[in-house]
Design a protein around this ligand. Structure first.
Ligand SMILES: [Zn+2]
Length: 97
């Protein structure tokens, strides 16, 4: 909240988020894969009302890896790099952000 006199709003980045976090130069994959983008966290599932409850633990990412970065939920299912679409090895062909 602000000082009580001036409304505040959440920070909105001036442009869209970049590519998947990939400090090792890997192709897209799933969270259990040896070769994956470090930021590849797999899928979550929402119910018919669009609500999802989840907890994620990742063997590779540390909290300090994601501080200052964005966590993005794409519209579609991530094929974890196993699909035949050209975007499979890039984004998991998971649709719009
Ligand atoms: Zn990826």
């Amino acid at each position: 909240m602000g000082n009580g006199d001036t409304p505040t709003s959440p920070h909105v980045p001036p442009h869209s988020c970049g590519d998947h976090f990939n400090p090792d130069g890997e192709c897209h994959g799933g969270p259990e894969d040896e070769h994956r983008h470090a930021g590849d966290l797999g899928n979550i599932w929402a119910d018919a009302d669009g609500r999802a409850a989840f907890r994620m633990e990742d063997s590779r990412l540390k909290v300090w890896d994601i501080i200052g970065r964005s966590v993005v939920v794409d519209a579609g299912e991530d094929d974890l790099g196993r699909g035949s679409h050209p975007l499979s090895r890039v984004t998991g062909n998971s649709g719009p952000r």
